[in-house]
Design a protein around this ligand. Structure first.
Ligand code: UDP
Ligand code: MG
Length: 335
């Protein structure tokens, strides 16, 4: 008779610990209100897999009790690891830290606020076991998000798919599963300006799309506001496409052609018909129009030069301050 009769696991020998089936990466910033529920729901979902897994929390510079909370989390069957960044580096950097440290055979990215329901994890694993190296979770319904956010997000992703050389699936956020092979490729991408949706799509590999209903935030507020989102959008566009530079060139070319045609018309009118000099409003309009196009083109150029400047500094993406790991004490049997 076993000491733990109704369970399918046995005391773990330290040397026999296998590679986790999956690493669930959870980046968070000031989420003390939701982390306990999040941990519980993730553990429940992982228990259904009946295999040893890893949960990797990344504290992206929280100022509340989040770190004190997560560093106490442990589970008798799953490895719980908590990394603490030295300050707020942004969700993109936190996810990159997670992907560098993930030891599972596949990796799932999950928001701590439970907008991405952990209950989908077994389904995602099933799709991976069926052969997909990337399982993208497409949002079907988005609860708790304003009409403006849904609409702007929709058009931004359509626009990005249009200008990007690598297709980005619409309505797919960071919630996804990736094989460790894919994660290794993403870890080799060195850029500092990390537009994750683009980076995650870049490696390709075989994909499956599952649809899900995105829940409202469990508690607390979103960490994004419109200035931050505009910054993210500009970063996404300039780090994933050089098409705006091409458009600036085309705009310059088009206005030059128009100016040339107008010059011929005006000269002809003046020389042949002896037109008196008229048209103050049209002159001002043209000057303003050309000034606008020039400033816009310089701005576009500046965005790219700015990216080059940031990349050339080669600074690390994030700085780790603390690393806490609790190993499981039991292991599932083969039954
Ligand atoms: N987050 C983070 N660093 C940040 C901003 C957000 O780690 O600088 C985390 C946040 O705690 C949450 C996830 O990223 O777990 C998604 O953030 P949020 O819910 O604010 O974004 P939304 O779902 O509104 O797009
Ligand atoms: Mg959220």
């Amino acid at each position: 008779m076993s000491a733990i009769p109704y369970r399918q696991y046995v005391q773990l020998e330290p040397a026999s610990q296998a590679q986790p089936l999956v690493t669930v990466i959870i980046p968070f910033l000031n989420e003390a209100d939701v982390l306990a529920v999040c941990h519980q729901r993730v553990c429940e979902a992982l228990n259904k897999l009946k295999q040893h897994c890893e949960i990797l929390y990344i504290d992206d510079g929280s100022q509340d009790d989040s770190w004190a909370l997560v560093s106490q989390f442990k589970h008798h069957l799953h490895q719980v690891r908590c990394l603490r960044l030295s300050r707020n580096f942004g969700k993109e950097a936190a996810m990159s830290a997670g992907m560098k440290e993930a030891s599972g055979r596949c990796v799932i990215l999950l928001d701590a606020d439970l907008q991405d329901p952990p209950e989908y994890i077994p389904e995602m694993i099933k799709a991976w076991q069926a052969g997909a190296q990337v399982v993208e979770m497409q949002r079907h319904e988005r609860h708790g998000e304003s009409w403006l956010k849904r609409t702007t997000a929709h058009y931004f992703y359509r626009f990005m798919s249009h200008i990007s050389d690598h297709p980005i699936t619409e309505n797919v956020g960071d919630f996804r599963l990736m094989d460790q092979k894919v994660v290794k490729v993403i870890n080799t991408l060195p850029e500092r300006t990390r537009f994750m949706k683009g980076l995650l799509a870049w490696p390709g590999f075989t994909r499956t799309i599952l649809s899900f209903d995105r829940d409202a935030r469990l508690a607390g507020d979103t960490k994004w506001n419109y200035p931050k989102l505009i910054h993210l959008a500009l970063e996404g566009i300039t780090s994933f496409s050089t098409k705006p530079l091409r458009w600036a060139t085309m705009a310059g070319l088009t206005t030059s052609v128009i100016a040339f045609i107008m010059a011929i018309v005006i000269f002809t009118k003046t020389l042949v018909w002896g037109d008196p000099v008229v048209g103050y409003p049209s002159t001002i309009l043209i000057v303003l129009f050309l000034g606008g196009i020039q400033l816009l083109s310089i701005g576009v150029l500046g965005e790219y030069v700015g990216r080059l400047f940031i990349e050339s500094k080669q600074r690390p993406l994030y700085v780790l301050m603390e690393d806490a790991m609790t190993k499981p004490t039991f292991q599932y049997t083969e039954s």
